[in-house]
Design a protein around this ligand. Structure first.
Ligand SMILES: *Cc1c(COP(=O)(O)O)cnc(C)c1O
Length: 397
């Protein structure tokens, strides 16, 4: 991560095709296109990459989660179980539909704790949203068992784990619906973009229509199309899709680099006995987008992060003190700071956040250090960096 580091001729060529014919929109204008359908081509490339029948491109990862939930009928008053450690997009999407985010603990996979999920199920629960954080994954077997047992939808946010696998299946393809982001810092990027993937044809058709104002996309006269239901605009442009089309062809190259570097970090830092690794469920293979490890306690993590800063080791974070990915700093959610009125049902549904504590999540996030793995580094850079990290950690323990 991120794919923008290796931009090259392929991205330029795909983009130039779009500029040459001048059709920046993914639908219509058949006569002007000279056969260029970048969004459609990217959808079929992603369908192969993620081994899933249907792919709907959208304008962002946040849009992907919103469209996935809407396509499966999640809406007003429904409860959606999600983790305390994720990107803010998870609750933004849930709340955009008038549904209620129910935040539960994570475990040592840094994803949803199956036990915490099961304890949070109520008659109002409609879906479980697992977020595959930092290049790895939650215990998908356990989560699938729970979702089947309680007849709940399982949604998989794989925005940060593009290219990871579980029992040989691409992350994102395991649940009922999978979501991806191709924003500027993701493993493959469109600048801005996202995708919903599913093997369920009804969900797919819903996503296709909903993300384009409810258009049914039948025939080739956009003005004459019917609208079976209300929609919105979450479309991707041809310009963005063109960049993604180049990037997806390079995904195997990106994943190979990430995994090679991840291994160097894991092996080099294993010489520190106090350091433990993030748990990867059996059958899982990380994408290598991040290197994650645990230190004995929060105090040590803070010391190490300061040591990294002073020693020139960038792109490493302890999310306990970082305001973007962990519930501790989501004051705007806890205090419901909204520009517009929020429904009484959602207000009441979120009251639990005023008092609820997340000891299990604090225990893991407080001790976790998460380091981005950059595609532009050389193997020598990575080795030098790993050795420097060992030196700093040893001094802080
Ligand atoms: C990046 C990200 C998103 C949102 O993607 P955008 O394209 O930036 O809207 C959602 N979930 C996770 C886990 C992410 O990392």
């Amino acid at each position: 991560m991120p794919g923008f580091e290796l931009f090259g001729d392929l991205e330029r060529k795909e983009l130039q095709d779009v500029l040459d014919n001048g059709v920046l929109m993914r639908y219509g204008f058949d006569g002007m296109r000279n056969g260029h359908w970048k969004a459609k081509e990217l959808e079929s490339a992603l369908s192969k990459t993620f081994q899933t029948n249907h792919v709907q491109l959208v304008s962002s990862g946040t849009a992907a989660v919103t469209v996935a939930l809407a396509s499966a009928g999640v809406g007003a008053g429904d409860e959606v179980i999600m983790p305390t450690f994720t990107f803010v997009a998870s609750f933004e999407a849930i709340m955009a539909l008038g549904a209620i985010p129910v935040l539960v603990d994570i475990d040592d996979t840094l994803a949803l704790s199956p036990k915490a999920v099961e304890a949070a199920i109520t008659p109002k629960t409609k879906a479980i949203m697992v977020v595959q954080m930092c290049g790895s994954m939650g215990d998908m077997d356990a989560l699938q068992v729970i979702s089947k047992k309680h007849d709940l939808l399982l949604i998989e946010d794989a925005c940060q784990a593009i290219g990871g696998t579980y029992n040989g299946k691409p992350l994102g393809s395991i649940a009922d619906l999978g979501c991806f982001s191709f924003d500027f810092v993701k493993t493959i990027t469109c600048g801005e973009g996202g995708a919903v993937i599913t093997n369920n044809k009804d969900y797919y058709l819903n996503a296709d229509h909903y993300s384009d104002h409810g258009h049914d996309h039948v025939g080739n006269d956009r003005g004459a199309e019917t609208h079976p239901f209300l929609g919105y605009n979450f479309r991707i442009s041809e310009l963005h899709a063109a960049v993604g089309l180049a990037q997806v062809q390079r995904l195997p190259e990106f994943i190979a680099i990430q995994r090679k570097y991840l291994k160097i970090f894991q092996e080099t830092l294993s010489q520190i006995p106090e350091l433990t690794h993030r748990k990867v469920p059996e059958g899982g293979e990380e994408s290598g987008a991040f290197f994650n490890f645990f230190l004995p306690d929060l105090e040590t993590s803070r010391k190490v992060i300061q040591g990294f800063k002073d020693g020139g080791i960038d792109v490493c974070w302890n999310y306990y003190d970082n305001n973007w990915h962990y519930i501790r700093k989501w004051e705007h959610l806890k205090e419901l700071k909204s520009l517009f009125p929020i429904s009484q049902e959602v207000k009441e549904g979120l009251k639990y956040l005023e008092t609820k504590t997340y000891d299990e999540s604090d225990h893991y996030i407080g001790r976790n250090i998460s380091c981005l793995i950059k595609l532009s580094w050389t193997e020598e850079d990575v080795k030098a960096r790993a050795n420097k990290m060992v030196e700093i950690i040893k001094k802080s323990i």
